[in-house]
Design a protein around this ligand. Structure first.
Ligand code: TEU
Ligand code: CA
Length: 558
């Protein structure tokens, strides 16, 4: 223990709020800041230490706030700056921290910088964005955007193209321009001076563009990849080191980068030497090792435990002692974790949700809980494309289905399994109208299962998923070993069980998780002496793990 540096952001459990879907205080069907403030006691009771709010800045909402038109103003649907100040104050008053989303790879095309930039080639803000001449009557290179189509948009005013790695309403900022860095760093400092406690940095691994060469084209793909030129470049590391010195080092912040990439990238971004960020989110376990097809993530394939575990274990082993880690399964970009990795049938939903929760709180790294996950909320399983609001879905539909390349029913099946709106349906607070989310018409329908799955019932039920999360979070606060224990993999050949050990001084924490809906032979836990800290079954069977059984035993060695 002595050689490990303690930090509040290592010990914290972070709860992610997607404000649009959390709680609506004024009946317009859209969640808002006052809705969050009204539910802070709920979060305090759950025990979380920090709240990360997805973007709440002024935005035309082409990508639900990930397209920001003013970094120092609050989205009008969400409230006012006074509402924000109160949210911050009330969060702090309860001893919790507030983490802001920082979206600075791109802005909205309605941001004042871009409005100026597109006016003329010699506008003082021209170089705030990335403008290039076309090539052979087409875009400057073959890059595709993350949200379908070319990553370049021709702007009639000047005849040049601008780069947008996401939608065309999200032009990429030009970080090579020192004025852009000054502007972003000043804005960050302004929020830090207000007293916020950290930043979750959106696609921060893409800010440094190394060159503008054509990218490799995967078989069947329509566009080339920008990754070799834009992902994890040396320039990005330089910009982050500069950000660290000019802004982050002046405050006691939690900084988490959304970087994707493998362990080699995480080791640099989140190195314990403190030169860049505290920690980063990896994508590999969620991206699905088997999902490699021309449609990217859109497929029928789940990833077998063996492959998810291999990815998670490699990250655990390679990062410990060198870079701090994050642990999560769900967020606003992923489907509901219980539907994806557990089992959302009535028989197994609660057990499997608890099993996954056990994993998230016992691996080494800061756990991130996405709103509703603590209730075992499930996918909504829309059946028609019109039911979706997400720009990603509609762009994919245009590119692959309307063009006749992919069958509509197939794509709808992929959407139901993996689309982002599955996790964006309103929070299920109680059994009243609209699950207590809003008195008006919710912007996205409430999942019909809210009578069965809602916070009010679960708070009152000692066996609920909610109370299980509460207990796990309390255990993390009580025992250092959950935070600082060394990780050792166990049973690495099993197709059904995820097991590992955490070790700290004389303590050993052994964790066994059955990832299947069947009984599985396993004697790992049988002969352990020690205290069972938590399990999702009241009784155990010798030599067996029951369906989705999770067990955590703390032993002391002499
Ligand atoms: O996401 C970045 C990202 O690359 C993915 O999570 C992406 O949304 C997903 O793979 C789509 O299939 C971040 C935000 O979390 C996301 O909500 C935004 O849409 C995106 O950046 C653009 O800001
Ligand atoms: Ca509202």
């Amino acid at each position: 223990m002595s050689e490990q540096k303690r930090a509040w952001w290592k010990e914290a459990v972070v709860y992610q709020i997607y404000p649009r879907s959390f709680a609506d205080s004024n009946g317009d069907g859209i969640g808002d800041l006052n809705g969050i403030t009204a539910h802070l006691d709920y979060l305090k009771d759950l025990g979380v230490d920090a709240i990360w709010v997805s973007p709440i800045y002024a935005s035309p909402n082409h990508d639900n706030g990930y397209d920001i038109s003013d970094y120092r103003a609050i989205m009008k649907e969400f409230g006012t700056m006074e509402d924000f100040d109160r949210l911050l104050e009330e969060t702090h008053r309860r001893g919790m921290k507030l983490i802001m989303d920082l979206v600075v790879n791109h802005s909205s095309d309605e941001h004042a910088w871009f409005v100026e930039s597109r006016k003329s080639r010699d506008n003082p803000y021209r170089d705030y964005y990335i403008w290039k001449d076309g090539k052979d009557d087409g875009p400057p290179n073959n890059w595709g955007s993350c949200f379908s189509g070319s990553a370049w948009e021709k702007d009639e005013a000047t005849g040049q193209y601008y780069l947008h790695l996401f939608t065309k309403e999200q032009p990429d900022l030009n970080w090579a321009n020192p004025a852009v860095r000054d502007g972003v760093f000043e804005m960050m400092t302004w929020w830090c001076e207000k007293g916020i406690d950290g930043f979750r940095m959106d696609v921060i691994g893409m800010i440094g563009k190394e060159n503008y060469n054509d990218g490799p084209v995967d078989p069947g793909a329509l566009y080339g990849s920008f990754a070799p030129s834009c992902m994890h470049t040396e320039a990005t590391h330089r910009y982050l080191q500069e950000m660290r010195k000019r802004v982050l080092d002046h405050y006691d912040l939690l900084t988490v980068g959304e970087t994707s990439g493998g362990t080699e990238n995480a080791l640099r971004y989140a190195s314990e030497d403190g030169s860049e960020l505290n920690m980063v989110f990896g994508f590999e376990h969620n991206d699905g090792i088997n999902d490699g097809n021309e449609l990217g993530k859109w497929s029928d394939h789940g990833t077998p435990l063996k492959e998810i575990r291999a990815v998670l274990n490699r990250r655990q082993m390679e990062l410990q002692g060198k870079a701090w880690n994050t642990v999560y399964l769900g967020n606003h970009d992923q489907p509901r974790q219980v539907s994806r990795y557990g089992n959302d049938s009535e028989l197994f939903r609660t057990r499997s949700a608890k099993m996954l929760a056990t994993m998230i709180h016992t691996l080494r790294g800061t756990p991130y809980v996405y709103q509703g996950e603590e209730l075992g909320m499930t996918n909504i399983y829309f059946t028609r494309v019109e039911q979706y609001q997400d720009v990603e879905v509609h762009n994919v539909w245009k590119q692959w289905v309307e063009s006749g390349r992919v069958d509509a029913q197939d794509m709808l099946r992929f959407f139901a399994r993996i689309a982002r709106d599955n996790a964006r349906t309103p929070m299920q607070w109680n059994a009243e109208k609209n699950a207590g989310f809003s008195t008006g018409e919710p912007w996205l329908p409430v999942n019909k299962n809210y009578l069965l799955i809602n916070a009010e019932d679960q708070i009152n039920d000692p066996d609920s998923v909610w109370n299980y999360y509460r207990k796990l979070i309390a255990l993390r606060h009580q025992y250092d070993i959950f935070v600082y224990g060394w990780f050792e993999p166990l049973l690495e050949d099993s197709d059904q069980i995820y097991a590992y050990r955490r070790v700290l001084d004389k303590q050993v924490l052994t964790v066994a998780l059955n990832w299947t809906d069947r009984k599985v032979t396993c004697n790992l836990m049988d002969d352990l002496t020690g205290e069972e800290l938590i399990s999702n079954y009241p009784t155990h069977q010798k030599g067996i793990l029951q369906p989705y059984e999770a067990r955590v035993i703390l032993s002391v060695t002499e």
